[in-house]
Design a protein around this ligand. Structure first.
Ligand SMILES: [Zn+2]
Ligand SMILES: [Zn+2]
Ligand SMILES: [Zn+2]
Ligand SMILES: [Zn+2]
Ligand SMILES: [Zn+2]
Length: 762
């Protein structure tokens, strides 16, 4: 990693080097008091900027805003502190991280970052004395203020980082504006080096991160200077000293390197009006695809905001347009004939049990599970619990009520009407879901061109030209197809085969589509394990496992099953799922992986609160998906009523119960788990004999191929895949058994064993 004390350049060095480094715009602190509308304009501009010298103000409360106050107000217990070199957390007391006794100054270790520390009440008071309301959390610009108190994300946190600690390049949760104020810097005034991107480069930034195989929403990807130099968009650079407030507008990305021996900061996020379109148009689709929790509860903002009238006209216009769009999109087109149950949540938040999205209104509810809800997007994407046909429509607000809110707001604005002329006519999500409900009731199956297995029709789509059937999962995994776009579009869908880009093993096109399969995709999983059973689209399994592959390909396809590019293995129905689950569980391309798996759910932060839950009373409906459970590592191969599944699983309406203890700590190296005697010797034997069989089948396959006996070779290949799947399944069952026993009897050992299993790629 290009990140050591000796080679950290200064902001000036980087700017002098030219290239794509450009400076943050800088403002003296007086600006924030003198010019009205200044802050709003800066946020709309969408470039990172810095306000310098807050600590020069008379109202800056130096006796309060310092490490001493933070230590005094901290609890005496140990907290998780991330070692940024190893990506692992260690536990220590804050007073050991920040020695108040200066004679012990030599102890400071490198790369330690304590994030999400409770911000002392004294600090909050002191900040309010310095900052105008528009800059404050829950202040005049922060739309989080409209949410009910119990569900408002409180994201004002203190951070303490030693030299060489860092937050990797990432965006803040839910498209929020990130504010980062340095309170103290030890050893040198020059505390941190900050990098940022602008809104105009959003898509380029995503492609850049994708090219590096990293997620653009999580904060563990440190990007080196050399890597930054390969970007094709400007990278903003500045240094940060005590009293400097660095601001990253909605959905812009940033990376922070702490360079002095210790820095202390206070960081917070605000949901500015400009964050609303960023969230809905840009962030939410990615969150839904990747099953990232929406910790900001943003979908609830428009309706809550319009229930009171205390917004400026610009804000109101934006919110009323947004609500209109949301209401229109969930319209089924024949609401009068669809029974929709009105749900009183009594203030609790309903989350999609698959993608984690906060559901603002209409959704599909599983009558069998009773507590399993799907957002419309997940539902139409083929995601599900196992009761695929037992979903009923539910809503939190009647559409008449929503429309009356919209009308009142428009009247208040002087009969303001939305300017949606020119927006292309699309099918609404509600209408698509209605079709999907119907499809799920049918028992008919189709043979999938990609999997060569038959799927229920609701799991895929038919080509308008050749009428071949393609499953959603295959289209997503092998063709990166954004399914919603074509479902919304009235234009008939044309399959990859007819477009001559099909990359399946039967089609032999000269330019087959190369899928962008990257590590970031491999981590997607439903937030609720019940979604694994039948959920589809990305990494989850077909519930019909154990079913034999349909051996012969569809008649429309060439019969040869030779693999033209020599890379693909023949597929069996479960094959993809197996590969996926393995990746998902054990992908360890980066050293910090264990923490990644556990953290992939939260994308909060300025520098990202994530090893701790949001603090305060805002726990109304955060769930425990931040924890790595055994069931996360070991793929679900058993019916959901096995004891394994009784481990507390995620439910919407339950307050966050995860504590720092179980979310963040992991031993780096531990002795091997001694409990091998639990293993079933018969199973052991089975696996061995299956492996022997596999070896000899492979030899037969080679021989058949040499004799050009292609059809028989194909049959043998199919047999090989099914054997591989069988072995995989057995290995998993074994691991499952072992880990679930361990988890019950020795939870801490289970943790260790899983860690080792992950390291060893099991
Ligand atoms: Zn969802
Ligand atoms: Zn169900
Ligand atoms: Zn398929
Ligand atoms: Zn076709
Ligand atoms: Zn094909």
């Amino acid at each position: 990693m290009e990140f050591s004390q000796s080679n950290i350049p200064s902001a000036q060095d980087l700017l002098r080097s030219g290239e794509l480094f450009v400076p943050f715009s800088e403002f003296p602190v007086q600006t924030i008091y003198e010019t009205t509308g200044w802050f709003e304009r800066k946020l709309q501009e969408g470039k990172p900027f810095v306000i310098r010298g807050l600590n020069q103000l008379d109202c800056w409360d130096a006796p309060t805003l310092n490490n001493g106050c933070l230590v005094t107000s901290s609890s005496s217990g140990a907290i998780p502190v991330r070692n940024c070199q190893t990506g692992r957390d260690v536990r220590m007391r804050l007073r050991d991280l920040i020695p108040t006794d200066h004679t012990r100054a030599g102890h400071v270790r490198e790369s330690l970052y304590a994030k999400d520390l409770q911000c002392p009440a004294e600090w909050i008071r002191a900040l309010k004395a310095v900052l105008p309301s528009c800059l404050m959390q829950l202040g005049s610009f922060d739309l989080f203020r409209v949410l009910p108190k119990e569900i408002t994300p409180e994201v004002l946190m203190a951070y303490v980082g030693t030299q060489l600690s860092l937050s990797g390049f990432h965006r803040c949760f839910s498209g929020t504006v990130a504010l980062n104020l340095m309170v103290e810097s030890e050893g040198s005034r020059y505390g941190s080096l900050c990098f940022g991107t602008d809104q105009a480069s959003q898509e380029k930034y995503d492609l850049f991160m994708e090219g590096l195989g990293k997620s653009s929403h999580t904060d563990w990807a440190n990007i080196s200077i050399a890597q930054m130099k390969t970007a094709n968009f400007p990278i903003y650079v500045t240094h940060q000293e005590p009293g400097d407030l660095v601001i990253f507008p909605s959905a812009t990305a940033h990376q922070i390197w702490n360079v002095s021996s210790m820095v202390t900061k206070v960081v917070w996020n605000i949901m500015h009006a400009s964050s609303i379109p960023s969230f809905f148009n840009y962030i939410q689709p990615v969150y839904q695809k990747q099953c990232h929790a929406d910790t900001g509860r943003v979908p609830l903002i428009p309706i809550h905001a319009l229930r009171d009238s205390s917004h400026n006209p610009e804000e109101t216009k934006l919110l009323v347009d947004m609500l209109q769009q949301l209401v229109d999109d969930e319209d089924t087109g024949c609401d009068s004939s669809v029974p929709i149950k009105l749900v009183d949540t009594q203030g609790a938040v309903v989350e999609c049990n698959f993608c984690g999205l906060t559901i603002w209104n209409r959704h599909l509810h599983c009558e069998q599970c009773g507590d399993f809800d799907l957002c419309l997007t997940c539902y139409v994407s083929g995601r599900s619990c196992k009761h695929v046909g037992d979903y009923t429509w539910a809503e939190l607000f009647r559409s008449e009520y929503c429309r009356s809110l919209i009308k009142t707001a428009r009247d208040r604005l002087g009969s303001y009407s939305a300017s949606d002329i020119g927006r292309p006519k699309q099918k609404t999500l509600g209408a698509i879901a209605l079709v999907a409900v119907e499809a799920r009731r049918q028992s008919s199956e189709r043979l999938c061109h990609l999997c060569r297995d038959s799927h229920p029709v609701w799991k895929g789509i038919t080509c308008s030209q050749c009428s071949a059937f393609f499953c959603y999962r295959g289209l997503y995994r092998h063709f990166d197809i954004n399914l919603l776009r074509f479902l919304r579009n009235e234009i008939p869908w044309v399959c990859p085969k007819c477009s001559q880009i099909c990359n399946c093993r039967c089609c032999h096109f000269s330019r087959p589509y190369q899928s962008k399969d990257k590590p970031i995709r491999a981590r997607i999983k439903p937030v609720d394990p019940r979604g694994r059973i039948a959920g589809f689209v990305d990494n989850v399994f077909d519930q019909k496992r154990g079913k034999r592959a349909v051996t012969i390909t569809q008649s429309a396809s060439p019969q040869s099953t030779l693999e033209p590019r020599g890379q693909k293995r023949p597929r069996t129905p479960n094959n993809d799922g197996h590969e996926r689950s393995l990746h998902e569980a054990v992908d360890s391309s980066e050293s910090v992986d264990s923490s990644q798996i556990r953290r992939s759910h939260i994308v909060t932060d300025v520098d990202v609160p994530h090893s701790l839950p949001m603090r305060g009373s805002s726990t109304g409906s955060f769930n425990s998906k931040g924890q790595l459970r055994i069931s996360d590592l070991v793929e679900d191969r058993s019916p959901p009523d096995k004891s394994f599944h009784r481990s507390p699983h995620v439910q919407d309406h339950i307050p966050l119960s995860s504590t720092p203890d179980n979310t963040a700590y992991r031993y780096p190296h531990e002795p091997k788990n001694p409990n091998e005697n639990i293993l079933n010797p018969i199973d052991e034997e089975n696996i061995l004999s299956l492996e022997r069989k596999l070896g000899s089948l492979r030899q037969y396959a080679d021989g058949l191929l040499e004799l050009s006996l292609i059809d028989s070779h194909a049959k043998v290949l199919d047999k090989i895949s099914s054997l591989e799947a069988q072995i995989e399944r057995k290995r998993r069952q074994k691991a499952e058994l072992l880990f679930s026993g361990l988890n019950r009897d020795f939870p801490d050992l289970a943790d260790i064993a899983m860690e080792e299993a992950r390291r060893r790629g099991l």
